[in-house]
Design a protein around this ligand. Structure first.
Ligand code: NAD
Length: 471
């Protein structure tokens, strides 16, 4: 098949530290030749890998887990420098992201099938699974390691090769992971093209060309809903399978009888983890009116205790926002709400000086038409709105086009069950502020996408079903 080779003026692109605005590195800016070659190599590497026994695949995955753990410091430091999160949180992401290798090492040997009798007595039904084929993974900047390991680990466990395209803002963590994985593969005499990291500033061209090639069989994407829709449309011509982990607008519903100490701890986790730059971050605190005053007062005190600064400083609990553009977008959402009558209890102003910082902010008295209530904030801004009855609170929670995560708090078993049942999201935390777990299926409904990552469900995204009719 002949491919049009696109020409670009630059062969590298820069990576910037968002805390200092300093130049960190230049990385290779891949072009058409690079990614088309990567696909050919992925086809070859995948064919051999699909023949490797499940137990051997598990051994390789366990060795990757050990190799990443050994380099924890390097991964965490790289991530803090290119993405901004506090070093303690970066270490947390290395541990969490790496767990996917261990989890899917355990899943690799449990790819089961099914045997059934035909009710009409016309034979036996045998159901088996086969690797879907070469995978393209496209990942965002907010969790530079974990958003990719969730894809690489199940793809390898299933017997697939994978090409990973990290976000342009944070390629260094993935380049390091690519090196660590290649070393493990070499030790096992496995083609190191099984996992390839392609850094490029031409994401749109790359996805277009690769997806136009029928040899690519699967696209797994984490990022914004707009790009997700574009990729799904693009998958139509070759009917590639797709998994879409997209945006969120998580409600955090606090019933009248909730344990406020627990609520505050979880509110801080759900709002401030990763500086609010998380798809499952609490976007809207919806609080029973009888407890709103106390909740808001205590939340504001906690937010005032947040220490903003360079993630490399031990004292820092809130790093910078990834880019100036993203930071200014958060400021615009706050300013829009304030211009329509919202009240700022703390924060709300861009600080002077270097770095793309935005302070921990609490907003109340939000008008219904404030954009911040319907758009994903992706920053350290908490909005507090009240409800009079739980049904009203749940209706407000569900009044969004998104459906990724939702949180509900109550000490009453019936209320907790009602929240679990009626909150419309792919994931619901009940009296919990941190819900991600490699052993659980992560993913959304509605405009938050489809497909699941992690759990025993995660590997299914990389397997085709084959039905064999036996006499
Ligand atoms: P983004 O959609 O702008 O970019 C994500 C990735 O897609 C990047 O690698 C980017 O280079 C690439 N990309 C952009 N345009 C493309 C195109 N036309 N073709 C192919 N690739 C393209 O998102 P972002 O700003 O990096 O990340 C933030 C978004 O990600 C938020 O909406 C957030 O909710 C979402 N997110 C979702 C999850 C989840 O699991 N559901 C997890 C983390 C982040």
């Amino acid at each position: 098949m002949s491919q049009k080779i696109l020409e670009y003026p630059m062969s590298t692109f820069p990576v910037i530290n968002p805390a200092t605005e300093q130049h960190l590195a230049d990385v290779h800016d891949a072009t058409s030749q690079d990614w088309m070659q990567a696909l050919s190599d992925a086809v070859t590497a995948g064919q051999s890998w699909s023949q490797v026994t499940p137990r051997q695949r598990a051994t390789v995955l366990n060795d990757i887990f050990a190799a990443v753990a050994e380099r924890e410091d390097d991964f965490a430091t790289t991530m803090t420098k290119e993405m901004g999160k506090p070093l303690r949180e970066a270490r947390g992401e290395v541990a969490y992201g790496n767990e996917y290798f261990r989890w899917f090492a355990e899943e690799a040997v449990r790819i089961d099938g099914r045997l059934a009798q035909s009710p009409a007595g016309v034979g036996t039904i045998l159901v088996t699974h086969e690797p879907v084929g070469p995978v393209l993974a496209i990942t965002p900047w907010n969790f530079p390691l974990a958003m990719a390991t969730r894809k690489i680990a199940p793809a390898l466990a299933a017997g697939c090769s994978i090409i990973v395209k990290p976000a342009q803002e944070t390629p260094l963590t993935m380049v390091l992971l690519g090196e660590v994985i290649a070393e493990v593969l070499r030790k096992h005499n496995i083609d190191e093209k099984l996992v390839q990291v392609i850094t490029t500033s031409h994401a749109s061209d790359m996805s277009k060309e690769l997806m136009a090639d029928p040899r690519l069989r699967k696209v797994t994407f984490t990022g914004s809903t707009g790009v997700g829709r574009h990729l799904v449309r693009q998958s139509a011509d070759n009917l590639q399978r797709t998994s879409m982990e997209l945006g969120g607008n998580a409600p955090f519903v606090v019933a009248e009888d909730a344990d406020l100490d627990l609520v505050l701890t979880c509110a801080l986790q759900a709002k401030m983890r990763n500086g609010g730059e998380a798809c499952i971050a609490a976007n809207r605190f919806l609080v029973a009116s009888s407890i709103e005053e106390e909740f808001t007062k205590r939340l504001t005190e906690h937010m005032e205790g947040v220490v903003m600064g360079d993630g490399m400083d031990d004292a820092t609990t809130l790093g910078p926002i990834i880019t100036k553009k993203q930071r200014d977008g958060i400021a615009e959402l706050v300013d829009d709400a304030v211009s329509k009558g919202a009240q700022v209890l703390t924060g709300g102003t861009i600080p002077e000086g270097k770095g793309f910082f935005y302070p921990a902010t609490v907003l109340t008295k939000l008008p219904k038409d404030a954009r911040i209530l319907s758009e994903e904030i992706f920053g350290p801004v908490a909005t507090v709105t009240t409800f009079d009855s739980l049904d009203e609170g749940i209706a407000m929670a569900n009044d969004t086009e998104f459906g990724l995560a939702a949180y509900g708090f109550s000490e009453n078993i019936h209320t907790a069950q009602k929240l679990a049942k009626e909150l419309k999201a792919g994931m619901v935390g009940i009296n919990r502020g941190a819900i991600s777990d490699p052993a659980a299926p992560f993913g959304g409904i509605k405009q938050s996408g489809f497909g699941r990552e992690g759990g025993s469900e995660g590997i299914e995204e990389y397997l085709d079903i084959k039905y064999i009719a036996l006499q």
